[in-house]
Write a new protein. Structure first.
Length: 536
């Protein structure tokens, strides 16, 4: 076995069953991975030195192909209504078959941390078949300092072998693609998909399982902090604006996607960003745009002119879900530590395809709990395989696909922290105004940024507000620099009666979705629901 790396004579891939590996690349740096990726024809270079790759048929997460191993240890704790099960035998067969399949192959290994806080970080070893996947996860997680490497012991292992095809009758899968999560063994095996986001979300899934046991709240959110206004949490699903809105030149970016919240403060799970690139604007998102021109960034499914080396961020011919993976340090005003203090504000981001919700609203603690458990948004085209245009959905905790435990576990943790630290809570709609998707238009990002600034610096708390007829939250009547008309979504519709009809439909959807949570929450949370009678 040929191991390439530094000071790793004491450890090798046999620690996790690998045998007869033709060549093992251990903790390679960006420059060397670039060379290997190009030699293997895994990707092409743009004229600015960015590695551009394609992921084949899977250009988004394969939500229907993710399974958790059911065991005596987790049978009563996992949220089985949301997570599909395979048996321990299924997983053992998969592990044996993948290990055998890898004999004679080249394998890339990265030792990294999930979590910036040393008290709660998860030491993770990632085995990948592709060189670019190794650089991807190196960009996304937190690198191990040289002084820590010799004593590094992985608590969690990911094995990512895209060319291996799962067998449904043997491995319990739905197809040849399988993301198999073994919480007892702290191992996840990924097969049949080259979409690198599956690796990233595997770390998030494991932390979502482990951290609540330590009374730490795992969150699908971005976080930034102002010099005078304190940290802000941005909850939201992919496509709602977490990355875009948190990359604010006037605030320090702690992280763009996944964090933990303990009594000591907030910490990033990652050391990088995985941003949507489709139709990225240099004017509206200059910090993110500049990463598309920096060596070290990986661009996933972005169309490249191989003759000129020019990338086309407008071209969605491969997928709407084009992505860029880059170190957090590529954002000029990013946090060096990935750690900050207790938040002052929480923002629930939603992409409302119905065009009903206002661009910003002030929420009570109970309303925040209700909407956090509901997790309303629109699934944006391309984020998941088979989703071709935005459609309304409810994803509890703004991240149900990654939540092994019941949402009430995360909801109670959040409720406790909001009450303890008296955090201001807001809902921001980055979706449609003036009508639903297909008729209205997307909320102007300039208006959203102005409204957010007013919320985060405290000036919005001083504005006069009116109670929303349907949802009960408070909506500002006037905000400096924002068209007053846009604050009241009904006024942006030409047909006011049609607005009322659509609002009623949306309120009904909220009500039906929340039925399954009613037995788990207190009466004040139920009372925070949208008003069906007012909507009639």
């Amino acid at each position: 076995m040929n191991e390439i790396g530094k000071n790793f004579s004491a450890i090798n891939a046999s620690d996790h069953g690998f045998r007869n590996i033709r060549r093992l690349y251990w903790n390679m740096n960006q420059k060397d991975i670039y060379k290997i990726s190009l030699d293997k024809n895994e990707g092409k270079l743009s004229k600015d030195g960015v590695l551009v790759v394609k992921t084949g048929v899977h250009t988004g997460r394969s939500a229907n192909d993710k399974y958790i191993v059911k065991s005596n240890n987790n049978e009563k704790t996992i949220w089985w209504d949301n997570n599909k099960a395979i048996t321990e035998e299924n997983f053992d067969f998969l592990y044996e078959d993948v290990i055998e399949y890898c004999e004679g192959k080249e394998i890339f290994v990265q030792d990294l941390f999930g979590g910036a806080d040393p008290s709660h970080r998860l030491s993770t070893r990632i085995y990948t078949e592709y060189a670019w996947h190794s650089l991807f996860i190196q960009n996304l997680l937190i690198e191990v300092e040289d002084i820590e490497k010799e004593d590094f012991i992985p608590e969690f292992v990911i094995i990512d072998i895209p060319s291996f095809k799962a067998k449904p009758d043997r491995h319990g899968s739905n197809s040849e693609t399988l993301i198999a999560v073994n919480l007892d063994k702290k191992m996840i095996i990924i097969t049949g998909t080259s979409y690198a986001g599956e690796i990233k979300k595997s770390v998030f899934t494991m932390l979502n399982y482990l951290l609540p046991q330590k009374n730490v709240m795992p969150m699908h959110c971005s976080v930034n902090v102002g010099e005078d206004s304190g940290p802000a949490i941005f909850f939201g699903l992919s496509g709602t604006g977490k990355t875009t809105l948190s990359a604010d030149p006037n605030r320090i970016l702690v992280g763009d996607d996944e964090h933990g919240w303990s009594d000591d403060g907030i910490f990033n799970f990652e050391g990088g960003c995985y941003a949507k690139m489709i139709r990225l604007s240099q004017e509206a998102e200059p910090e993110i745009y500049q990463t598309t021109k920096r060596e070290g960034t990986i661009l996933e499914n972005v169309v490249l002119n191989e003759e000129t080396g020019e990338i086309d961020l407008e071209d969605d011919s491969l997928t709407e879900n084009t992505r860029g993976a880059y170190p957090l340090a590529f954002i000029p005003n990013s946090s060096e530590t990935g750690i900050t203090t207790i938040p002052s504000n929480i923002i629930l981001l939603t992409c409302d395809s119905f065009g009903i919700l206002p661009p910003i609203a002030k929420l009570s603690a109970s309303q925040t709990m209700y909407h956090f458990l509901s997790g309303y948004t629109a699934r944006v085209a391309g984020t998941e395989k088979g989703v071709d245009e935005p459609e309304a959905t409810f994803s509890s905790c703004y991240g149900a696909p990654f939540m092994p435990l019941h949402p009430i576990v995360y909801g109670k943790l959040l409720k406790k922290l909001i009450a303890k630290y008296k955090v201001n809570c807001w809902m921001v709609n980055t979706g449609w105004t003036g009508g639903p998707y297909g008729e209205g238009k997307r909320m102007p990002i300039g208006a959203t940024r102005n409204l957010l600034s007013a919320a985060l610096d405290g000036t919005l708390l001083k504005e006069d507000m009116i109670k929303d007829k349907f949802f009960g939250f408070e909506v500002p009547l006037n905000v400096g620099g924002v068209d007053k008309k846009i604050l009241n979504p009904r006024e942006t519709w030409k047909d006011k009666k049609n607005y009322d009809t659509q609002a009623f439909k949306l309120v009904q959807m909220f009500s039906e979705n929340f039925e399954s949570f009613k037995e788990h929450v207190d009466i004040e949370i139920i009372d925070a629901a949208p008003d069906l009678q007012a909507a009639e």
